[in-house]
Design a binder for this molecule. Structure first.
Ligand code: ASP
Length: 312
């Protein structure tokens, strides 16, 4: 049976003219490390759900992406992270939102899925659940980077909130992370993790924590992980809508994903993209932004890493 994995590191990308070779190399190295880590699990006969978790954890550890270490800062100068995961076997799901002291929010979302009768836990409750299961307490300092602090100050000055990737023409642009995979038993899985948007207030939660909007996996149909301004993805229920098109209209993942990302989503001003994987392990990357950090290892074992939208 074929197996494959695809990952993203967020939609919207640093402008070409501002990308240095060193920075590009560092981003690509982390993307490659992530996709290879997931692929090794699949190659040794592991489950898609474990492959997507492992791939996302690598990106949560990298300061180059808006998830785990390197997450954007809230208006209160804190890190508050959201994550969700779905196993295509039986459509089991787990999610957490607004967690502040968990090094790998995706691991916690997985624990909610596997070890509770719930699907979605938030804030202090989610952290209590974690610490009861021996997740280590991670200080806020661990997640903090100077770049995110500068971005927050600039957003506060302008009175805006924004995606990590947008509105920083003179800054580095990094994003939310996610992975989709097919294992050699035909199981699909999807995972998404984020710090959300810079300068967010009032416990704002985006699509990345929401099953159906940011994450979906259904065996025999599709696995999807999204990235972009979450408010639009929530209102279009993007990941589940891609799945519905594949399930009911028998569309290819390319057709379903492009329909939504270039159609409904774009029409309402929703900038961003998604990664989708079908039941045969084909991946499609759809975006209406200038780029999306992305990588995949296909069923032939070939690794591809890309940044800009116009790269083929
Ligand atoms: N979708 C995320 C959110 O709105 C942000 C992102 O994808 O960068 O929280």
């Amino acid at each position: 049976m074929p197996f494959s994995i695809a990952i993203h590191g967020g939609a919207g990308t640093i402008l070409r003219e501002q990308m240095t070779p060193e920075l590009q190399h560092a981003i690509e190295a982390d993307l490659e490390k992530s996709v290879r880590c997931g692929f090794e699990i699949l190659r040794s006969g592991g489950l898609a759900i474990d492959a997507v978790t492992a791939a996302v954890k690598v990106l949560e550890d990298s300061p180059h992406f808006n998830a785990g270490r390197g997450s954007v800062l809230t208006n209160q100068e804190m890190v508050e992270m959201d994550a969700s995961i779905m196993d295509g076997r039986g459509k089991k799901a787990g999610a957490v939102a607004g967690v502040r002291h968990i090094r790998h929010p995706i691991e916690l979302a997985k624990a909610v899925m596997q070890d509770s009768e719930h699907v979605f836990l938030i804030g202090e409750g989610a952290e209590s659940f974690a610490f009861e299961r021996d997740f280590p307490y991670t200080e806020q300092d661990y997640f903090y980077t100077d770049r995110r602090y500068e971005q927050l100050l600039s957003m506060k000055e302008k009175g805006l909130f924004a995606l990590s990737e947008s509105s920083y023409p003179d800054d580095k642009k990094y994003g939310t992370v996610g992975a989709v995979a097919l294992d050699n038993n035909g199981n699909l899985a999807s995972a998404t993790s984020t710090g959300g948007i810079t300068n967010k207030k009032y416990g704002r939660v985006g699509d990345s924590a929401v099953i159906g909007a940011g994450t979906w996996a259904e065996n025999g149909v599709v696995a999807v992980s999204t990235t972009g301004m979450g408010e639009h993805f929530l209102q279009e229920n993007v990941a589940a809508d891609v799945a519905a098109r594949v399930r009911y209209l028998q569309e290819t993942i390319e057709c379903a994903a492009e329909h939504i990302v270039q159609g409904e989503l774009k029409a309402r001003g929703g900038e961003g993209g998604l990664i989708a994987m079908d039941k045969c392990g084909n991946a499609h990357f759809a975006m209406n932004s200038s780029g999306m950090y992305r990588a995949m290892i296909n069923t032939q074992g070939e690794c591809k890493i890309k940044i800009y939208a116009d790269q083929d």
